[in-house]
Design a protein around this ligand. Sequence first.
Ligand code: HEM
Length: 370
Amino acid sequence: MIEHPFLEALAALWARFVLALCTFGVTLLISANSLFAKVRMSHDNGYVLRGRLRIAADARVPGHDFFEQGRSFACRVRHGAASYKDDAKLVVRSASIKFADRRGRSPLDILMNTGRMPLFWNARTFMQFMRRSIQGKGKHYVPYLQQHPQAAIGGGDSVRRDPDTPHRLVYRTQTTSGFIGRDKVLRHVRYRLVPEPFDGIESGMPDDWDRHHAWLQNPLPDETRGRNYLKDAVRAAVEAGQVMRYKLQIQLRLPPPDETVQPEWIASSVPWDETIFPWLDLAELELDEMLSHKESMLTWFDLRHHPASLPIPKARSIDDAHSLNHLRLAGIWATRARLLSYALTGVPKPYPDSRQARDWLGVPPMAKPP
Ligand code: HEM
């Protein structure tokens, strides 16, 4: 333990330098991948719905200038899957809300995944996870999961297999960010998106085997659904007049009295006790139009899209819980690289339906993909 103030300052400076270096390295790698492979680094498989969002906050949510009661926005929601180009794989599913009906700029973007906690909880674990992804996913994840049992729990908790609809899943930010109400008090906050109505049972929940083998993500050998079954189902539902309604909810928590010490509950790996920090209604969404493939590809989300009163706390090291969001903020370069690749050589075509197509990846390889 370093106690001399000068050494402490030096150690803090070094920690920030390492974070900057790692951020540069990760950003360079993922941007090169997005540019040359023409993909989102994550969640490439997805589609966008359009609709409206109205602030309808529970009385217990402190007054907030941005979340003014009754305020309404045109909005977009992109449902995606991380990763693989196949709706029927055992994967993490997502919902990203843009508080504007635009491809890019918006007053607020909120990015959420299924599950209560992710497979990584700071820049250090994210880099370890990324290394395994680059090696080829699947069995390459096993040493990482053995080294970090928490990651195995997060993986099993987050994946969904063959949901009938995105509208029976719950999506959470998992990471924490800031909320400064009209009372000027900074609170920590998490968001989640819940279908309305919802009976509490998510579709596609992993069974015991999947939960404990979340790295075996191939479709089942007797799978009957095609690679794009979920997109097709959503398009059919919306065209038949179904309106997908959701509630955006919020969990709030005051910082500890000693702000120099970061509490462990800031980390994305530590969900908050819902009986003490209840989910409070914040907004209602209704989505009734599915956008074209091209429009969906050109819609992008960015954590930098937020008002000053909903800050993203700064990270101080690669072990800091906020370092995940620190990396994600720099991830805008990967988005730019992807959009540049589209501008140069066109938007990639929709995925073919067949698993025999060359772009379909079986990990581990499947001799006869269903
Ligand atoms: C708990 C942590 C995380 C969550 C909940 C999360 C969530 C998401 C979601 C929902 C998307 C899809 C957005 C869309 O539909 O376009 C996404 C994409 C992406 N994420 Fe993350 N993510 C996390 C961590 C990270 C980290 C650590 C990085 C590191 C740089 C990262 C970089 C990216 C990138 C580059 C994209 C694709 C951007 C694009 O090309 O448009 N994410 N993430």
